[in-house]
Design a protein around this ligand. Structure first.
Ligand SMILES: Nc1ncnc2c1ncn2[C@@H]1O[C@H](COP(=O)(O)OP(=O)(O)OP(=O)(O)O)[C@@H](O)[C@H]1O
Length: 281
């Protein structure tokens, strides 16, 4: 479904993507992880055709992404961004209905089918009671659910998510990704998501791509990529990788720096001698 070959992109003479290649089969879910500035969002912008690479090619569903007309591409591919504040106080229903724009014919408004799709999506995401509420009166979690409803109304075959869980609490994070996964499985959707949270990436993605300094430094199943030496080299910290007790997926624990409130015992384990607050007080 997605075929990225040897893509290079520079800003102001500095290479941000350096020969990135990535193939994503139809119906797969791939997480792109990596440190700040690694080029993850740039890769997503290249994938969605917003940014043109300096070299290399990006194909989606058998054609170069830049060869699609705008409306045609919007029927194929949708992007869920991390920040979803609407510039105007549209109601929830109005905002979700914008997802149907790529399907509207000139001089003809919404069809009964468009209205039915919007109603179904509002219902699926339990937004019907909020349909007439202006989006700027909603909480961050509710706004992100509306943004997801909008891209669902777009009925794409490819969904790109750019750090979609950044402003959400853990309950809303899991809720959002559960919905994306259900949608993916029911409709054969192809998903590429940029995630900072390595544990969510391990739990939700079939495959993880680790980007650092504009290059793919590792890719594979979560257990192959989320290895302590790899993460230590890329993130400059010493993580501990453990297994999720229920599903066995790798989960990454971080180690805080040593301070006066901690001590290292003979077995090498760090133990709290007193709370950091008590130490300071
Ligand atoms: N439009 C732009 N103009 C100039 N430089 C840019 C532009 N977009 C991105 N960059 C630079 O490219 C590099 C990669 O940015 P990008 O946003 O792709 O990284 P990222 O991996 O998504 O980072 P983060 O995790 O911090 O969001 C950064 O150094 C950034 O400053």
């Amino acid at each position: 479904m997605i075929d990225v070959r040897d893509v290079w992109k520079a800003y102001g003479g500095r290479d941000v993507l350096r020969g990135v290649s990535l193939e994503v089969p139809a119906g797969a879910c791939v997480a792109v992880i990596g440190p700040n500035g690694a080029g993850k969002s740039t890769l997503l912008r290249v994938l969605s055709g917003v940014v043109e690479p300096d070299r290399g090619s990006v194909w989606v569903a058998g054609r170069p992404v830049r060869a699609y007309r705008r409306r045609e591409l919007a029927r194929l591919l949708a992007v869920l961004p991390q920040e979803t504040a609407a510039p105007f106080p549209f109601t929830v229903r109005e905002l979700v209905a914008m997802g149907r724009h790529p399907y509207l014919r000139p001089l003809r408004g919404e069809t009964p089918h468009d209205r039915a799709v919007v109603a179904r999506v509002l219902d699926e995401l339990k937004l019907t009671p909020l349909a007439d509420v202006p989006v700027d009166r909603l909480s961050g979690g509710q706004r992100q659910r509306v943004a997801l409803a909008r891209v669902m109304a777009q009925e794409p075959r490819v969904l790109l998510l750019d750090e979609p869980t950044t402003y959400l609490d853990i309950g809303h994070q899991v809720n959002l990704l559960d919905r994306v996964r259900r949608w993916q499985r029911q409709n054969g959707l192809t998903v590429v998501m940029v995630l900072h949270d390595l544990n969510l990436a391990a739990l939700y993605a079939d495959e993880v791509v680790l980007l650092a300094e504009g290059r793919v430094v590792a890719r594979g199943r979560p257990a192959e990529v989320l290895a302590e030496p790899t993460l230590a080299a890329v993130y400059g910290t010493r993580p501990l990788v453990v297994r999720h007790p229920e599903c066995g997926a790798p989960q990454v624990l971080v180690r805080p720096a040593r301070d006066e409130a901690r001590g290292e015992e003979a077995d090498g384990q760090w133990r709290m001698n007193a709370s950091p607050c008590a130490a300071r007080g």
